[in-house]
Design a binder for this molecule. Structure first.
Ligand code: ZN
Length: 303
């Protein structure tokens, strides 16, 4: 039986927003059963709640933004991925800015924060969304789809016009310990020539080699190099976990993504929520069958 979970005590961290470049303080607060994940933005008019669910997406340009009644919370995906990977189902997230801190560009600092708080099982079964019929969304040659399965597994392939990222493919079944080891540390990334263009659009103001992998014509500019040879596709899986958690409930199904980003990921969430004949809510799921290989990765040279 999968039980609902929150954290054992309040924890906090500070950082800067990747796109705003501004400071932000974040506090994670335990929440009661059946309340889900709720952001609370502190504003001059007082605290404003923005509950996580698939109807709240208001922006997907380079990050995922949710909002309610004009109050926005930007770059939610990495913290939501950490919560998904650790199976935290009830939590209040307080912040004093419109954008979450980027930390090191991965979900690891959030994972460490949550593990430091301790995870609290709450004695009540966690319902799941069980996919019963395939759902596909597509944008030209890019796509993401989900098929019925009693497991949650994400298969992701990326291709870029750069020798380092010509073709990376990775398949992952998120189970807490494996998520912490194999996916959470994968950092966000960008190409050097894009940085100037992003800044001209008022984005990535807080971006640096401290919080993103930057790829130049001759390779990675970060002195420390990559955390995994396929860190890029692992980060895309991290983003998918974060974006799919906008469903407001864990999901059972097999995801296949080809070059998808926040726009397609969140479109899949909307499509699932709209297509009520393609899923059913189950009160409990069978215990996970141990998987011999939770992660399976392939990197191919430019073809
Ligand atoms: Zn990301």
């Amino acid at each position: 039986m999968y039980l609902q979970k929150t954290i054992q005590k309040i924890v906090q961290c500070s950082g800067i927003g990747l796109h705003s470049g501004g400071p932000v303080n974040l506090r994670l607060v335990p929440a009661p059963i059946n309340t889900g994940i709720t952001f609370i933005r502190k504003t001059t008019q007082g605290p404003v709640p923005v509950k996580v669910d698939g109807t709240k997406v208001v922006g997907t340009l380079l990050c995922t933004t949710i909002g309610e009644n004009g109050t926005k919370v930007q770059t939610v995906e990495h913290l939501l991925a950490a919560l998904s990977g650790l199976q935290i189902t009830n939590l209040i997230i307080e912040l004093d800015s419109a954008e979450l801190p980027i930390m090191d560009g991965s979900a690891k600092p959030f994972v460490d924060l949550i593990l430091n708080a301790g995870i609290q099982e709450q004695g009540v079964p966690q319902p799941f969304i069980k996919i019963t019929r395939p759902v596909d969304v597509r944008d030209g040659g890019k796509w993401i789809r989900i098929r019925p399965s009693w497991k949650f597994r994400v298969n992701c392939t990326i291709r870029f016009d750069h020798p380092l990222l010509a073709h990376q493919s990775c398949s992952f079944e998120p189970i807490s310990e494996d998520f912490v080891e194999w996916i959470a540390p994968a950092r966000t990334f960008g190409f050097l020539e894009e940085v100037e263009a992003l800044r001209n659009h008022g984005l990535a103001r807080g971006g640096s080699l401290e919080n993103a992998v930057v790829v130049g014509p001759d390779g990675v500019l970060n002195k420390e190099g990559l955390r995994y040879a396929d860190e890029f596709v692992r980060h895309k899986i991290l983003d998918i976990l974060g974006d799919l958690s906008l469903l407001g409930m864990p999901i059972l199904g097999e995801v296949e993504a080809y070059c998808s980003g926040h726009q397609l990921n969140t479109k899949l969430v909307s499509e699932i929520l709209c297509s009520t004949d393609c899923w059913t809510m189950i009160k409990d799921r069978p215990s996970a069958v141990p998987t011999p290989s939770p992660i399976d990765s392939k990197i191919a040279a430019q073809v």
